[in-house]
Design a protein around this ligand. Structure first.
Ligand code: ZN
Length: 96
């Protein structure tokens, strides 16, 4: 059971993670949105996966390590906190 941080209502349909009831999200969206966005950005995992041409699109290069690292940096700068690069063994040197 969660409690709304805005109206202090408790109920089993209120997420402790988000911390707001549906009524407050609907009626006071501009007030509660920054906190919801912050929780979302910090908790949702964001995985960047390397592309490896195998069957289709085999005319495209494997994702470069520098490209993947730059994408991770952009995601972190945008406020995401749980960002990882998956299948790093597929990353190649820079594009030629
Ligand atoms: Zn509420």
């Amino acid at each position: 059971m969660g409690t709304c941080n805005y109206c202090n209502t408790s109920g089993r349909t209120i997420s402790n993670t988000i911390g707001y009831c549906a009524d407050c999200i609907r009626d006071h969206f501009d007030v509660v949105w920054p906190q919801i966005k912050k929780v979302h950005d910090q908790s949702i995992p964001y995985s960047l996966l390397a592309f490896y041409p195998q069957f289709y699109l085999n005319d495209l290069p494997t994702t470069a390590k520098s490209h993947a690292l730059r994408c991770r940096e952009v995601a972190l700068d945008a406020g995401l906190a749980n960002v990882n690069i998956g299948n790093i063994h597929l990353l190649s040197k820079d594009y030629s």
